[in-house]
Structure formats: structure tokens, C-alpha cells
Design a protein around this ligand. Structure first.
Ligand code: HEM
Ligand SMILES: *[C@@H]1O[C@H](CO)[C@@H](O)[C@H](O)[C@H]1NC(C)=O
Ligand SMILES: *[C@@H]1O[C@H](CO)[C@@H](O)[C@H](O)[C@H]1NC(C)=O
Ligand SMILES: *[C@@H]1O[C@H](CO)[C@@H](O)[C@H](O)[C@H]1NC(C)=O
Ligand SMILES: *[C@@H]1O[C@H](CO)[C@@H](O)[C@H](O)[C@H]1NC(C)=O
Ligand SMILES: *[C@@H]1O[C@H](CO)[C@@H](O)[C@H](O)[C@H]1NC(C)=O
Ligand SMILES: *[C@@H]1O[C@H](CO)[C@@H](O)[C@H](O)[C@H]1NC(C)=O
Ligand SMILES: CC(=O)N[C@H]1CO[C@H](CO)[C@@H](O)[C@@H]1O
Length: 354
């Protein structure tokens, strides 16, 4: 309802913003991060030419019904990339060998529907093109479309990732996903290990312009003592939604425009209405404050930097070439017998691509 009207306005706005750079491909405007060897902008051009339209068309339908799913898909890609690289490992179900990334605490609350949407996209793509597109590429495209269909920028996604054969341990997951209680120093240090700088940190945190959080991710800022960096009225309202430390309620991440991908998240931070310490401290800390302000006053600038940082993030420790596999089911690695079949399939695929 609110979605269809606001999104059509924002899509118009975005289209007019993009007109200026029409002649360069969107993502190649200004200094695009270098492509990792093995990835390409046109990877499936001959093996699955309709890939991007299949994904976008289906997600349009999904979001028309529930725009909240866009946030779930964007976060899924972030978690995939930060833990063991963008290899689709976050999608794997746990096994006898231990709990999967999906089950580690920081996943907390990846939406169950996000996994279902990826599997549904995979089967639609498979039906059209065969087993040639990786689950990690589908996840990266779904994140891009989540941003765009929520009113954010459109951009090209480097493709050609392969799916990993194992999921990360629980400890590895915990070590790679910073907690929402982290201050800016911790977040900057953590992301620096992935070659992401202060601008990347602030831009990527702008993902919190859509979606929701459970009370437990921030109630330590309310009880027993209220965080002094939080606006008093904002805190009072949060205490109504989250009356106790262990409340199971949820609330929106960006109170000004919770379903719209825009720069209001940064306006929230300037008004001390960031939900997590990891958000609010970006405005408190001298090293990131001016970046927050620059995005709050200039949405075009935010969109440009967000796209560049997303392209960087989407190439973290990817598997390419003959590494990994193309999963037949995003939730499980191919079984030994399916592996044989996928080797044949890979040969078909390389013929098609090269
Ligand atoms: C920088 C460190 C980050 C921290 C500490 C962090 C933390 C969190 C937490 C605690 C939640 C709420 C989980 C819950 O309680 O349900 C959340 C939600 C979310 N995060 Fe982040 N996040 C970070 C970076 C990112 C990045 C880089 C992106 C994407 C570019 C992102 C996108 C999202 C989205 C879209 C949601 C809402 C999910 C939904 O509605 O299902 N986050 N994040
Ligand atoms: C995981 O981390 C916990 C706490 O830091 C530690 O006690 C445990 O030994 C670690 N497990 C593995 C398998 O590294
Ligand atoms: C940030 O958090 C770390 C880890 O909790 C802590 O050691 C450090 O003192 C904090 N820095 C600031 C400036 O608060
Ligand atoms: C929260 O904690 C209280 C006290 O320990 C307990 O009675 C209550 O059932 C808990 N609520 C939830 C939602 O876990
Ligand atoms: C959930 O939030 C509502 C207000 O939005 C509040 O009345 C209710 O007590 C909360 N429930 C829990 C379990 O915290
Ligand atoms: C906003 O940022 C864009 C992109 O960097 C830039 O071209 C434009 O001049 C900026 N607008 C203002 C008002 O500063
Ligand atoms: C994918 O694997 C999961 C986990 O084994 C299974 O529950 C599901 O039915 C499979 N999906 C398809 C389409 O085979
Ligand atoms: C510990 C925890 O919250 N794990 C959850 C991870 O995400 C899956 C899918 O939503 C949940 O089923 C788990 O409970």
C-alpha cells in the first residue's frame, strides 16, 4: 500500500538521478572497485541471458506482497560475504558436523523466508538455464534488487561466484560479524580486516535504512541505565516497544522511512536516533562523523558510495573457476552422486561461457 506509492515516486527519482550517467554503465560510473579475477559483469550472458530479469521480476512480486523481505535478503548477502566470503555458505543447513552459520547467534534472526526466496529463485533460474548459476550469485543479485526495488540505486553486480562446500564454524561466524553493541573503533577495526575503510563502514551501515531489529539487539542501551548518547524521546518510545530486557518484540531500524531505501538513516543518527551503538557511534566518533553528515545532506553521494562499497563487499573471498561447485539446492552441498553430474554440467557451462 504505502509501498507501491512511495516506491513509484522513488523509482522516478532514481531514474532521473541516473540519467546523468546514462552513457556509462551504472556501476562503472566513477572509480569502480577492481573486479576480482574470475568474476565478470557479463558472466552469464550466453549461459543464462535472462538471469537478471527472472530474479527481478520474481522479487517485484514478492515485495509487492511484503516489502520487509527486501531487508531480509540484503542482510543475508552481508552475512554471506562477511563469513568465509560470498560463497553461499550462509545458505547451508546445519549438519551432523556442527551448527551452521545459519545457527550461530549473530544470524540470530536472518529471516527464514529469505532462505526460501533464494531457493525459489534458484529453481526458477535452474528451470530456464540448467544448473549453471550459483546460489551465491543469486544472493548477490537478490540483495541488489532489494536495494533498487526499495527505492535505492540500481547497479551492476560482478558475477561468476561459485558455491562453497562447507559452512563456517560458529566461532568463525562470531568472529566475523561485529555485535550491535560495538563502538566505532571496533567496527572500523573489524571491517579494516576486510579492506573496507571508514567510508565503506559508514556507507554499508546505511543498509540499516530498511528492516527491523529484535529488542534483544539493543535493550542493553535502555536497561539498567539509559545510554546517554540516545535521544530521550526516542528511548522512551523504545521502552514501550521493549518493556523488558528479553522482550521478543521488534522495531524498525530507520524510524523516518522504515521501508524506503534512502539517506534518512543518517538523519536519524544526527538526531541521536540510531538503534544500535554500532550505528550511533558512527556519529559520535570524529573519524566517521563528517561522513555521516555528508550522506545525511546528500543522498546522491550516499547512493554512489553505497554502490561502490557493495561491489567491494560482494567480492570478498569469492570462489571462482573450478573452485567450489554450483549447488543444485542452495540449502545443501551437492551429494557425491550429484557431484559427478555437476562435473559434467560444469563442462557444459564452460563451453557456454567461454
Ligand atoms: C557494521 C556492522 C553491522 C552490525 C553490527 C549489524 C547489526 C545488525 C543487527 C543487530 C540487526 C538486527 C537483527 C535482529 O535483531 O533482528 C541488523 C539488521 C539488519 N542489517 Fe545489519 N549490521 C551491520 C552491517 C550491515 C550491513 C553491511 C548491511 C547491508 C549492507 C546490513 C543490513 C541489515 C538489514 C537490511 C537489516 C534488517 C534485516 C531484517 O529486517 O530482516 N547490516 N543488523
Ligand atoms: C569457540 O570459542 C569459545 C569461546 O571463545 C571457545 O571456548 C571454544 O573453545 C571455541 N571453539 C573452537 C572449536 O574453536
Ligand atoms: C571500544 O570498545 C572496545 C572493546 O569493547 C574497548 O576496548 C574500547 O575502549 C572502546 N573504545 C572507546 C573509544 O570507547
Ligand atoms: C523474560 O524474563 C522473565 C524473568 O526471567 C521471564 O519470566 C519471562 O518469561 C521472560 N520472557 C521471555 C519472552 O523470554
Ligand atoms: C510488545 O510491545 C507492545 C507495545 O508495542 C507491548 O505492549 C508489549 O508488552 C510488548 N511485549 C513484550 C513481550 O515485550
Ligand atoms: C552531492 O553528491 C554528488 C555526487 O558526489 C555531487 O555530484 C553533488 O554535487 C553533491 N551535491 C551537493 C549539493 O553537494
Ligand atoms: C533442499 O534441501 C533441503 C534440506 O535437505 C530439503 O529440505 C529440501 O526439500 C530440498 N529442496 C529441494 C527442492 O530439493
Ligand atoms: C540461534 C538462532 O537464533 N538461530 C536461528 C538462525 O536462523 C534460523 C532461520 O531463521 C533460525 O531457525 C534459527 O533459530
Amino acid at each position: 500500500m504505502g509501498f507501491s506509492s512511495s516506491s513509484s515516486i522513488s523509482v522516478l527519482l532514481i531514474s532521473s538521478l541516473l540519467l546523468g550517467s546514462y552513457y556509462c554503465s551504472v556501476s562503472e560510473a566513477q572509480t569502480t572497485p577492481p573486479l576480482v579475477k574470475g568474476l565478470s559483469w557479463t558472466y552469464y550472458k550466453s549461459s543464462c541471458p535472462d538471469l537478471e530479469s527472472i530474479v527481478r521480476k520474481q522479487l517485484k512480486k514478492v515485495f509487492k506482497n511484503d516489502i520487509g523481505q527486501a531487508a531480509g535478503l540484503l542482510r543475508l548477502h552481508f552475512h554471506d560475504c562477511f563469513v568465509q566470503g560470498c560463497d553461499g555458505s550462509v545458505l547451508l543447513d546445519g549438519s551432523a558436523s556442527g551448527p551452521s552459520e545459519k545457527d550461530a547467534p549473530p544470524n540470530l534472526s536472518l529471516r527464514a523466508e529469505a532462505f526460501e526466496i533464494i531457493n525459489d529463485l534458484r529453481s526458477r533460474v535452474h528451470k530456464e538455464c540448467g544448473q549453471v548459476v550459483s546460489c551465491s550469485d543469486i544472493t548477490a543479485l537478490a540483495a541488489r534488487d532489494s536495494v533498487f526495488l526499495s527505492g535505492g540505486p540500481d547497479y551492476n553486480v560482478p558475477l561468476g561466484r561459485r558455491d562453497g562446500l562447507s559452512f563456517a564454524t560458529r566461532n568463525e561466524t562470531l568472529a566475523n560479524l561485529p555485535a550491535p553493541s560495538s563502538n566505532a573503533t571496533t567496527i572500523l577495526n573489524s571491517l579494516a580486516t576486510k579492506n573496507l575503510d571508514a567510508t565503506d563502514v559508514v556507507a554499508l551501515s546505511g543498509g540499516h535504512t530498511i528492516g527491523i531489529s529484535h529488542c534483544t539487539s539493543f535493550t542493553e542501551r535502555l536497561y539498567p541505565t539509559q545510554d546517554s548518547s540516545m535521544d530521550k524521546t526516542f528511548a522512551k518510545n523504545l521502552k514501550v516497544i521493549c518493556p523488558v530486557l528479553n522482550s521478543t518484540n521488534t522495531t524498525v531500524l530507520d524510524l523516518r522511512s522504515p521501508d524506503l531505501f534512502d539517506n534518512k538513516y543518517y538523519v536519524d543518527l544526527m538526531n541521536r536516533q540510531g538503534l544500535f551503538t554500532s550505528d550511533q557511534d558512527l556519529y559520535t566518533d570524529k573519524r566517521t562523523r563528517s561522513i555521516v553528515t555528508s550522506f545525511a545532506v546528500n543522498q546522491t553521494l550516499f547512493f554512489e558510495k553505497f554502490v561502490l562499497s557493495m561491489i567491494k563487499m560482494s567480492q570478498l573471498s569469492v570462489l571462482t573457476g573450478t573452485q567450489g561447485e554450483i549447488r543444485a539446492n542452495c540449502s545443501v552441498k551437492n551429494s557425491a552422486s550429484v557431484d559427478l553430474w555437476s562435473v559434467v554440467d560444469e563442462e557444459e557451462e564452460s563451453k557456454a561461457v567461454f
